[in-house]
Design a protein. Structure first.
Length: 290
């Protein structure tokens, strides 16, 4: 086996959600924060369109700076979908990206970015100080970081002890209340324990090897204006099925609210690959066991 593909030796850094936020803390001598699906420019089809302040570049940047300050982190890793729309960077979105990254730089936060499916064309707009990683992800200290819309690298699949992704916009539908929206959807974290590979699975040759990681974390969308998937009530949308089919459905998953409340187990239906013949009506829905 190539030396780079060997699983990392020694313990991985501590990974823990920052309570009350949509940001992950990565411990170590130089702690780092991780967020996904910032979607700068979301709900802004034109410069004259009003938009809730929570989705503004100022609010998004301040949210990251506040999270970094709470845990003493001076580095941030953004796991894709930094902008909206998917294709191109309209002039007004370019201005918002400039403000967003400018505020992070002014706050002393070093930024890295793993490309997501929404980040087409973003490389030309990034400040010189932002480190850019391809969509097949980043393997660092035994942790594999990728967006979740496409396969991570074979090196990551073989070498990571823990996988961290976004893309799914995980949420949970609860009974509506004064504190919740009318839909009752709440953003949540997802933690999946993956089964160990058998000797046969380890040796099998395939284009994309099965992940050797035993744990996977899926982050909630950082932008509060993003819609969420109600994992306990809805089958994942077509664009999110890859992550479920190739990773999450293989293991045992639990969902947690931003305040740490354990929502119980989430069971995913195994969604057939595109083009497979199946009766959608007969396919079991995801369910949750509190």
């Amino acid at each position: 086996m190539n030396e780079e593909a060997r699983p990392a030796r020694g313990p991985v850094p501590t990974l823990e959600p920052i309570r009350g936020t949509r940001v992950l803390r990565v411990g170590g001598a130089f702690p780092m924060i991780v967020a996904s699906d910032v979607h700068v420019g979301l709900a802004l089809p034109s410069p004259r369109t009003p938009r809730p302040e929570a989705g503004s570049p100022r609010a998004l940047a301040e949210g990251l700076l506040d999270a970094g300050s709470r845990v003493g982190a001076r580095r941030a890793l953004l796991l894709g979908d930094v902008k909206d729309p998917i294709r191109g960077v309209p002039r007004h979105v370019r201005a918002e990206l400039s403000e967003f990254f400018g505020r992070l730089a002014d706050g002393g936060l070093e930024v890295e970015l793993v490309l997501g499916n929404h980040d087409v064309g973003i490389a030309r707009t990034l400040p010189s100080g932002v480190a850019l990683h391809p969509s097949d992800g980043l393997l660092r200290d035994g942790v594999g970081y990728f967006h979740g819309h496409a396969w991570p690298s074979a090196r990551m699949l073989r070498g990571a002890k823990v996988l961290v992704a976004g893309h799914l916009h995980p949420g949970f539908r609860l009974a509506p209340s004064h504190e919740r929206s009318q839909t009752g959807k709440e953003p949540c974290w997802l933690r999946t324990i993956l089964p160990p590979l058998t000797r046969t699975e380890r040796r099998r040759r395939r284009t994309h090897p099965l992940p050797r990681a035993r744990e996977m974390l899926v982050l909630p969308a950082f932008n509060p204006l993003c819609a969420s998937e109600a994992l306990n009530r809805e089958e994942p949308k077509r664009g999110h099925r890859f992550l479920v089919r190739r990773f999450l459905s293989r293991g045992s998953s639990r969902a947690y609210l931003l305040d740490g409340t354990d929502l119980g187990e989430v069971r995913f239906a195994i969604v057939p690959p595109r083009g497979a013949r199946s009766a959608a009506a007969a396919r079991p829905r995801p369910s949750a066991t509190p």
